[in-house]
Design a protein around this ligand. Structure first.
Ligand code: FES
Length: 105
C-alpha cells in the first residue's frame, strides 16, 4: 500500500490554536491516487476528527465551493489529485480563516 502525505493548514483562534501545518499520511488504493477532498475526509474520519473543512461536494465538478490553495494555487479539492509518494500542501484561500481550511466568506 502506498501513502500520500498532506501538509494541512490548521488554525482556530477561538481555541487559541496558532497557524501551523499538520502532516498526515493517507493510504491509497490500487489506483495510487485520490482527490484532496477524499483525502481530507479520510483524515477527518480516521486521523483527526477536529479538522475543519467544507465537506460539501456538488458531484459535478462545477460549483467551486471546494476551492482551496493546493500546492500554491487555487484549485478545486474535489477533482485535484494527490498521489502516492508525493507531499501536497493544502491551505485555505485568502481571507479570514474561520477554522483550519474554512474561510469566512
Ligand atoms: S464541490 Fe463543486 S466543484 Fe468541487
Amino acid at each position: 500500500m502506498t501513502y500520500a502525505t498532506l501538509e494541512v493548514f490548521r488554525q482556530d483562534a477561538s481555541l487559541g490554536i496558532a497557524p501551523h501545518f499538520d502532516i498526515f499520511k493517507v493510504p491509497l488504493d490500487e489506483k495510487d491516487k485520490t482527490t484532496v477532498l477524499e483525502a481530507l475526509e479520510y483524515i477527518l474520519m480516521n486521523l483527526d476528527s477536529s479538522l475543519g473543512f467544507r465537506r460539501y461536494c456538488c458531484g459535478l465538478q462545477s460549483c467551486n465551493s471546494c476551492l482551496m490553495e493546493i500546492d500554491g494555487k487555487a484549485a478545486p479539492a474535489c477533482h485535484t489529485l494527490v498521489e502516492g509518494g508525493r507531499t501536497t500542501r493544502v491551505k485555505p484561500l485568502e481571507g479570514k480563516v474561520a477554522r483550519d481550511l474554512i474561510v469566512d466568506k
